[in-house]
Design a protein around this ligand. Structure first.
Ligand SMILES: *[C@@H]1O[C@H](CO)[C@@H](O)[C@H](O)[C@H]1NC(C)=O
Ligand SMILES: *[C@@H]1O[C@H](CO)[C@@H](O)[C@H](O)[C@H]1NC(C)=O
Ligand SMILES: *[C@@H]1O[C@H](CO)[C@@H](O)[C@H](O)[C@H]1NC(C)=O
Ligand SMILES: *[C@@H]1O[C@H](CO)[C@@H](O)[C@H](O)[C@H]1NC(C)=O
Length: 207
C-alpha cells in the first residue's frame, strides 16, 4: 500500500500524540452474567487485527478487540460479522455519548464568547454527526439481515467499511478543536473514541 490518505496520517498522529489509553466505557457495562468469548469473536478479532492501517502506532490488537466486544453480552450471540459490527457500533456510540457529555459539562463551565466555548460547541456538533452516520451504518446492517435468504443481499462488502469510515471526518474535526484548546481530559476521551472508530473500521473491513 503506497498511498496513505490524509485521514490515515492524522489518525496516526493522534495515536502518537496521545498515548494514554483511557477507555471510558464502563466494564461490566452489559451487566448480567460473565461475558462469554466465543471462537467466532476470537476469529473475527484476529481477522480485524490484520486490517490496521500500515504505520499505525496504536493498532487494533486482537486482545483490544476481544475485551471491547466483551463489554456487551450480545456479542457472544453473534453468528455473523454484521452482527458483531452492530454491537461494536453500539459500544462506539456509548463512548461518543460519554465524550459528548463531558464536553457538555466543560462547556457549562466555560465563559461565553471564548474560543474554547466555540471549540466545545463544534465538538458536540461533530459528535452528533458521528452518531447520525453510525445510525445509517446500523440501518444497513438491519436491512442486510432483513433480506437474508434472498439471492441478492444488496450489500457490497465495501459498503459497511466505507460507511463507518465517514465518521473519521467529524472525529478529526473535534480532535483538532480540542487539541487547540489543550483540553487534556477531553482529548483522552476523544482518543478512546478514536480507538473504537478504528476497531469498527477493521471489523467491518473483514466482510
Ligand atoms: C466487574 O467485573 C470484574 C471482573 O469481571 C469484577 O472484579 C468487578 O467487581 C465488577 N464490577 C462491578 C461494578 O460489578
Ligand atoms: C445481557 O445483559 C442484560 C442486562 O443484564 C440482560 O437484560 C440481557 O438479557 C442479557 N442478554 C443476553 C443476550 O444474554
Ligand atoms: C477470518 O478470515 C479467514 C480467512 O480469510 C476466513 O476464512 C474466516 O471466515 C474469517 N472469520 C471470520 C469470523 O470473519
Ligand atoms: C451565551 O450567549 C448566548 C447568545 O448570546 C446565550 O443565548 C446563552 O444563554 C449564553 N450562555 C451562557 C452560559 O451565558
Amino acid at each position: 500500500m503506497a498511498t496513505m490518505s490524509a485521514t490515515s496520517i492524522l489518525f496516526s498522529a493522534i495515536a502518537i500524540m496521545l498515548l494514554s489509553n483511557t477507555l471510558a466505557t464502563k466494564s461490566n457495562a452489559s451487566g448480567g452474567g460473565k461475558p462469554e468469548v466465543t471462537n467466532f469473536i476470537l476469529e473475527a478479532c484476529k481477522n480485524a487485527s490484520m486490517k490496521n492501517q500500515i504505520y499505525d502506532p496504536n493498532p487494533i490488537t486482537q486482545e483490544f478487540c476481544v475485551s471491547t466486544l466483551k463489554l456487551d453480552n450480545r456479542s457472544a450471540k453473534a453468528k455473523d460479522i454484521h452482527s458483531l459490527v452492530h454491537v461494536a457500533i453500539d459500544i462506539l456510540k456509548g463512548q461518543v455519548a460519554a465524550a459528548n457529555d463531558n464536553v457538555k459539562q466543560m462547556l457549562h463551565d466555560t465563559k461565553n464568547g471564548t474560543a474554547t466555548m466555540r471549540a466545545f460547541s463544534f465538538c458536540m456538533v461533530h459528535y452528533n454527526r458521528m452518531v447520525s452516520i453510525l445510525n445509517i451504518c446500523d440501518t444497513m446492517i438491519k436491512e442486510y439481515h432483513g433480506r437474508k435468504g434472498s439471492a441478492d443481499d444488496g450489500l457490497l462488502s465495501s459498503e459497511l467499511p466505507s460507511c463507518v469510515e465517514k465518521v473519521d471526518k467529524p472525529f478529526i474535526d473535534c480532535w483538532l478543536g480540542l487539541l487547540a484548546m489543550e483540553a487534556k481530559k477531553l482529548l483522552d476521551e476523544n482518543f478512546a473514541v478514536g480507538m473504537l472508530v478504528k476497531l469498527n473500521f477493521c471489523l467491518a473491513s473483514t466482510i
